[in-house]
Ligand binder design. Structure first.
Ligand code: SAM
Ligand code: SF4
Length: 323
């Protein structure tokens, strides 16, 4: 079992398969993707060995992320290999949804269990202003189609931003009124590159939490492989609302996830100083040495991300690791 010195157990792997992205989200890659290294991303075999090693140590859930993971042509094969790994019961994907309309059936056929799509506005012009892409309509119709084919585990990620969406949260509540979708508001996080943007746009989730509680939303109990969201349900809504508040007191106490970058580095935290290179242990089908390294390196995991102290580690932007 993967356990750290603070007694936290790690059931959940976030696996980045590329750091390339085709969107220009204001808080992440406002100037678009800049290639700063060889694009030697983890191969299919390295991915299989990574997931097998983690699963042998108790990991049950894998989230495939990026950059934009759907830019990889072998994404269905990656999903399928994760899903076929003994011990893995949930394979999830986080995507900006740019090609979801043509691809979601392939993902589901490959065994995808859960899909997170990032949507920061339901107003097409605002969506384009945030992402640099006029794709909202095709993403929304792809979600509707996915729902009608019976795919039920769909979540929306929305980054809260003062000037872009926080003044009109009703659009998000309206969206989940009749849809079995969980929409999660994420507090904007400060990274190495987005300091000014963060200063202008950061909104605390606490106020929204108070508003939810005052309006009859009820907090749900968290599952052991659940992500970091507090989830709220309301009798008048089919969907749910989630809150991800990385600046909240004790956010790190429930940490249950580890990250592997697309270049094969272990990140003990989204905001650690550096990734720990373990790719060399992924070169043979025997994953025992890889597992030993994971167990040993995990002993250095810190108690918190220290974001409160203005610290953002080596993370310049979240497309490096997948959020
Ligand atoms: N490209 C995919 C996408 O956007 O869904 C996957 C990678 S993206 C880095 C993963 C998630 O992190 C997205 O939901 C995105 O909105 C969120 N994110 C990126 N930068 C962030 C930041 N500075 N603060 C909070 N969330 C952020
Ligand atoms: Fe790309 Fe996702 Fe970053 Fe937006 S948040 S720029 S879609 S990696």
């Amino acid at each position: 079992m993967l356990t750290d010195t603070f007694g936290r157990r790690f059931y959940y792997l976030r696996l980045s398969i590329t750091d390339v992205c085709n969107f220009r989200c204001q808080y992440c890659l406002p100037d678009g993707y800049q290639c700063e290294h060889d694009r030697q991303f983890l191969s299919l075999d390295e991915i299989s060995r990574t997931v097998r090693g983690f699963a042998r140590l108790g990991t049950e859930k894998v989230r495939i992320t990026g950059g934009e993971p759907a830019l990889r042509k072998d994404l269905p094969e990656i999903i399928s290999r994760c899903k076929q790994t003994p011990g893995i019961n949930t394979v999830a994907l986080t995507t900006n949804g740019f090609n979801m309309d043509s691809q979601y059936q392939h993902w589901f056929d490959a065994g995808l269990d859960a899909l997170n799509i990032s949507i920061d506005s339901f107003e097409p012009r605002q969506f384009a202003a945030i992402t640099g892409k006029d794709k909202l309509d095709s993403i929304l119709s792809a979600i509707d189609n996915a729902l009608t084919t019976g795919f039920s585990q769909i979540k929306i990620n929305t980054v809260l931003m003062r000037e872009y969406n926080a003044h009109d949260l009703q659009q998000f509540f309206n969206y989940v009124k009749d849809k079995p979708i969980s929409l999660r508001f994420i507090e904007l996080m400060k990274t190495g590159d987005n300091g000014d943007f963060y200063q202008r746009q950061h909104v605390s989730g606490q106020q929204l939490k108070n508003q939810l509680l005052a309006n009859g939303w009820i907090q749900q109990v968290r599952d052991k492989t659940a992500g970091p969201a507090e989830v709220y349900r309301h009798p008048d809504y089919r969907g749910t609302i989630g809150l991800i508040m990385p600046y909240a007191k004790d956010f790190c106490a429930s940490c249950n996830r580890l990250r592997i970058s697309s270049l094969g580095k272990l990140h003990l935290c989204l905001f650690s100083d550096q990734g720990l290179d373990i790719r060399q242990y992924l070169q043979s089908d025997d994953t025992r040495e890889f597992e030993q390294q994971l167990v040993a390196l995990l002993q250095d995991k810190k108690v918190s991300h220290f974001l409160h102290d203005g610290y953002s580690g080596a993370t310049k932007h979240l497309s490096m690791l997948g959020g």
